[in-house]
Write a protein that binds this ligand. Sequence first.
Ligand code: NAD
Ligand code: UDP
Length: 327
Amino acid sequence: MSHSGGASPSTPFVVTGGAGFVGSHLVDSLLASGHRVVVVDNFLTGRDQNLKDALATGRCELLRADLSASPDLPLAQGIFHLASPASPPAYQAHPIETLWANAAGTRNVLEAARRSSCRVVLASTSEVYGDPEVHPQVETYWGSVNPVGIRSCYDEGKRFAEALSMAYRRVHSVDVRIARIFNTYGPRMDPNDGRVVSNFVTQALQGRPLTVYGTGEQTRSFCFVSDLVRGLRAFMTADPVPDGGPVNLGNPKESTMLELAKVVAEITGVRLQTELAPTPPDDPRRRCPDISRARQYLGWSPEVPLREGLTATVAHFRAELGRTVAA
Ligand code: NAD
Ligand code: UDP
C-alpha cells in the first residue's frame, strides 16, 4: 500500500535508525511484506549485524549517514523516523548528538516527507511524560520533565521533535503520526547498552548479581519488540487519528524492577542475586501506558506476555554471548 501522493508500490520505505534494535526488526518486517527499504543510520548505537539478513535480500539499501547532517533522502512511500539513541547511558554519553538527531534529524525527515508527499511515523517516547504525576499515562497529560537534568537531552529532544512535527502538520500539511513508545525489549538489544532488560539478562547469563537501582520498587511496562513493530506499521497505514495527536504504544502490564529481576532469574535458571546501586538522577518512579487510543484508532494491543518475550530474548542473548566468548 502506498502512503505517498505519486509514489508507486516499489518506492521504498525509509527507516531512519534502521540498524538499531527496534529499527532492524521493523526493516525485516517491511521486507517480509515485500517492500523495498532504505535504512539511514550513522551507527552511533546501531550494529552491522542487525542488518545482515536485511541486506542479503537485495531489497534493502543502507545509507550510512548522520541524519542531522542533511543527507539526501530518497523519494519514499513512507518514513519511519527512529534515529536517536534510546538507552539512558547511550544518550547521556552523546547528549549533543541526541539533541541534533531529534531536532535537525527530524527537520530533515519532515522536509523529505514534504518532497515525497508521504506519511511519517515519529518514534517519540514515554519519556515526554518525565516522572509522571498522572498514572497510567494518557496522551493528554503534558508531562513533568526536568529541562536541564541529565535525561533532558533525550526528553526535550523528543518533545522538540513532537512540536516540530505538529508545526509541519499545521503549516505544511505533512501527515506525521507521533508514536509515544514505552519500554520495549527483545532480541538484538545491545548487551552493553545499559538498559534494564539487557543488563539483567546479561548479568544472569554470566552468573553475576543483577544490578537493581534504588529500591527496585520503581515500575516500567515492557512491550515485546514484535508487538511494537506491528503497532508502528499499523500507525503508518491507519486512517488519520481525528485530532492528529500522539498515540501511546506500549504494554499496559506494569512490573517493578524487583519483579523483573525474579522473572529473569527464573527464565535463565539462576538463583536470584541482586546488587543494590543508587537511583540515577530523575529516574521516573512509575510508568505505564493507557493504550485506549491505540486500541480505538489502530485496533492495536500487545499480544506477547512478558515470560514468552523474555524467553526469546534470553535465547538470543545466550547465543550472542556464547559467540563473543568463543571469539
Ligand atoms: P537504538 O539505539 O538501538 O537504535 C537507534 C538507531 O539510531 C541506532 O542504529 C543509531 O545508530 C541510529 N542513530 C542515532 N543517531 C543517528 C543519527 N544522527 N543519524 C542516523 N542514525 C542515527 O534504539 P532503539 O531502542 O532501537 O530505539 C529506536 C527509536 O525508538 C528511538 O528513536 C527511541 O527514542 C525510540 N524509543 C525506543 C524505546 C525502547 O524501549 N526501545 C522506547 C521509547 C522510544
Ligand atoms: N535499572 C535497574 N538496573 C539496571 C538498569 C536500569 O534497576 O541495571 C532501572 C532504572 O533505574 C529504571 C528502570 O530500570 O528505573 C528502567 O531503566 P532503563 O534504563 O531500561 O529505561 P528507562 O525507562 O529508565 O529509560
